[in-house]
Ligand binder design. Structure first.
Ligand code: Q5B
Ligand code: MG
Length: 295
């Protein structure tokens, strides 16, 4: 299981942040060439990100958020970063499957040109408009390179012509639809950033909500948010023990040729076992060992 609990944005024109971004424990770093970079800084950011990916051994997945390919910067961003083989290209403000296919073709060409294994550079897309959301499943399934779709809440809310509330009610429908589209396409669903890095309480409530809704992780903007997300997403000792008991009880039942059993008065059938197995795979992927603190 590939964990993408936290995808941390790093402004691509900030040498200090780019240099140190790997030390905070994010599952994925997103070097940003789009909205955190002023137009006057686009060339400098592109050069900085290209040379950082080439020269720094980051301990996690590396994504680059390019500018949209309809802007004057998108093609130059792609040409530059593809030469140093990031793990992932993140397309912002995706609205159609055709955009994904256009980038896919450019990546295919770059993989050939530089001799990288075919298919080794993956893609994800951020849904940030109502039109993008209407096409979310087509976008999510537009290419075998696609590993995730994310919601870009700030732009999405602007497109809805409303404002962001503390409980995020204006995003509820979009979040639900995004998870459905991702699950139907068999890829990850990633939630949006939460900008007030000092409001831990609201942030944690939001992370609990999106985990319950089925998201695989969250985009974050600050290192202080990483551990909070990982704590919410990591199964507790109690959840792991329960999952182990369910799997063991089910295996025993199968040995007795029975498909349904009861554990402490509750029915255990295949969907319950599938959820328990997911808890155990997740625990394994986080390096969990009984009694140890979450990283
Ligand atoms: C928020 C804040 C200003 C707070 O500053 P503060 O000064 O309070 O930070 P402190 O906590 O004091 O920093 C302590 C130490 O961590 C270092 N450090 C901090 N942040 C770091 C980081 N991100 N990467 C590496 N290092 C970092 C810092 O350098 C310092 O290092 P040191 O001096 O060595 O101790 C700062 O974090 C920041 O700029 N964040 C990135 C913002 C950004 O990228 N926005 C664009 C993406 S969203 C978007 O576009 C919307 C979207 O598109 C999203 C979607 O699509 O999902 C949509 O539509 O919704
Ligand atoms: Mg945005």
């Amino acid at each position: 299981m590939k964990l993408r609990r936290t995808m941390m944005f790093v402004p691509g024109n900030n040498p200090g942040m780019v240099q140190n971004a790997g030390i905070y424990g994010a599952d994925t770093l997103i070097f940003d060439l789009e909205d955190s970079v002023a137009i006057t800084e686009k060339d400098a950011a592109r050069n900085l990100v290209e040379s950082a990916i080439q020269s720094i051994q980051y301990p996690c997945e590396i994504a680059v958020r390019i500018n949209h390919i309809s802007t004057p910067f998108g093609h130059a961003d792609l040409a530059s970063v593809l030469s140093v083989k990031p793990d992932l290209i993140r397309l912002p403000k995706a609205e159609t499957a055709a955009e994904i296919q256009e980038i896919d073709a450019m990546i295919t060409e770059a993989e050939r040109k530089y001799g990288f294994p075919a298919g080794s550079i993956r893609m994800m897309a951020a849904i940030e408009t109502a039109k993008g959301l209407m096409n979310a499943y087509q976008i999510a399934s537009a290419s075998p390179r696609m590993v995730a779709i994310a919601i870009g809440g700030e732009d999405f809310i602007a497109d809805l012509k409303t404002s962001r509330s503390k409980d995020g009610r204006e995003l509820f429908a979009a979040r639900g639809q995004l998870v459905l589209a991702a699950r139907a396409a068999g890829i990850n669903a990633i939630d949006t950033v939460f900008s007030d890095v000092n409001d831990e309480e609201t942030f944690i409530n939001e992370v609990k909500l999106i985990k319950q809704m089925g998201f695989d992780g969250k985009s974050v903007v600050n290192p202080r948010q990483i551990k909070l997300v990982h704590q919410v997403f990591s199964p507790t000792d109690k959840e792991i023990e329960k999952a182990e008991a369910i799997v063991a009880a089910y295996q025993e039942a199968l040995a007795r040729n029975s498909g349904v059993i009861s554990l402490n008065g509750k029915m255990i059938d295949l969907p319950v076992v599938a959820r328990a197995e997911r808890v155990l795979s997740y625990a394994q992927a986080t390096g969990y060992k009984s009694g140890e603190a979450v990283q």
